[in-house]
Write a protein that binds this ligand. Structure first.
Ligand code: F6R
Ligand code: MG
Ligand code: MG
Length: 370
């Protein structure tokens, strides 16, 4: 059996009413493009949106970073952008940062999460799409699900899980090339935590089972401002996670999303807000947020996808959403002050720098009084 590749390629190419959600017509154009041009290149596909981001999931046998697969999705986004412009959608083509396609979409704006896998007899996996946040948003849930028996009882109950996982973590502040480190749990969990506490700099790129050697997780690590040289929008990350058997169970992977931990994003990509687990195709509202994450579960057979199951569409998550709303309201009560707004380096706007430069001229240094 040839290996199967799962690819998610995602971009914000325009939305209605600000950064809320793409139009039906825009989604249709992207979907039709993939349907019409797919030929024998892909085995199956799924297209959906979370907030203002459109994610294309494809299954194929071409491996990761494949030129033809990436070009198909890039062209679908280019064609979609024409429709977004025609409809006057906000931020049309926003995430397509380069003019010409060269090899693959890495470094061109869209977020990518891909995995080439040896398909298991049953192959359950999850597709996460988050909006109004950045790739570090997955750090804490991944750390908890892949190291902590408080969230993953599999560490106590399953001999396969007990062997631990290898984390590959990227320093996304290094822009000349990919700078990564590999660390093993459980021996190095404190080192893993020391890095993952800094969500804006260190981001989980992938996780592997130490029992089977198979890849469990792939996260998009794009930082748009590192490509464009300035802030052009939040990075709104996507992630693939395989579950069960040699990996944590689906419910174990989902359990940390009960926390609604504070992440970077929210209004103008410049605030801290709690990450709310939402139903697929949800839109954005309060304070251009709160930051949201959706998660679809699939099974795979010979590269063919089942229909998706919306994992956060359950009464339990209504209760979580209410708690997360409370957390959102609480931090919003302090407006721009302290922890509510991101540090200077993470603000999506440069206006405040100019204000500070101007104000600097008006400061006086008081003479020492003897
Ligand atoms: C993320 C998102 C926001 C915007 C930010 C800037 O999906 O939509 O992070 O990028 O609010 O918006 P503009 O460019 O409209 O000032
Ligand atoms: Mg946006
Ligand atoms: Mg977005």
């Amino acid at each position: 059996m040839a290996k199967i590749t799962l690819s998610i390629i995602k971009a914000d190419i325009g939305s209605i009413g600000g950064h809320i959600k793409p139009s039906q017509r825009l989604l249709q154009v992207v979907e039709n493009y993939i349907k019409e041009k797919r030929g024998n290149l892909i085995i199956d596909s799924y297209i959906g949106h979370t907030g203002d981001d459109i994610a294309i999931l494809t299954t194929h046998k071409k491996g990761v970073l494949n030129e033809k697969i990436h070009k198909l999705c890039w062209n679908a986004f280019i064609t979609g952008t024409d429709m977004a412009k025609k409809q006057g959608l906000y931020g049309a083509g926003q995430d397509l940062l380069k003019e010409t396609f060269s090899g693959n979409v890495k470094g061109m704006g869209p977020a990518i999460a891909e995995m080439e896998i040896e398909e298991r007899a049953a192959e359950p996996f999850l597709m996460f799409v988050a909006d109004k946040t950045d790739p570090g948003a997955y750090n804490l849930p991944l750390y908890l699900a892949f190291t902590d028996p408080m969230y993953t009882p599999g560490f106590i109950l399953s001999p396969q899980i007990r062997k631990g996982f290898k984390f590959r973590i990227m320093d996304v502040s290094y822009t000349q090339a990919d700078k990564v480190i590999e660390l093993n749990s459980p021996e190095e969990i404190y080192d893993i935590a020391a890095l993952l506490r800094d969500n804006e700099r260190f981001v989980v790129e992938g996780i592997w089972s130490r029992d089977s050697g198979e890849q469990a997780v792939s996260v998009s690590t794009t930082r748009l401002h590192n490509i464009a040289g300035k802030y052009v929008g939040k990075d709104d990350p996507v992630m693939l996670v395989r579950t069960q058997k040699d990996f944590p169970a689906t419910g174990e992977i989902l359990s940390p999303y009960t926390i609604g931990h504070y992440v970077a994003g929210f209004m103008r990509g410049s605030h801290s807000g709690p990450l709310m687990p939402v139903k697929i195709n949800s839109s954005i509202s309060f304070f251009d947020g709160p930051p949201v994450v959706s998660c679809l579960a699939f099974c795979l057979k010979d590269g063919k996808l089942t229909e998706p199951v919306d994992t956060f569409d359950h009464p339990y998550w209504d209760y979580v959403r209410n708690n997360v709303s409370r957390k959102a309201e609480e931090i919003r009560r302090q407006g721009f002050s302290g922890a509510a707004m991101l540090p200077m380096s993470e603000l999506e706007y440069t206006g405040v720098m100019e204000t500070l430069k101007e104000l600097e001229k008006r400061f006086i240094i008081r003479k020492k009084q003897s």
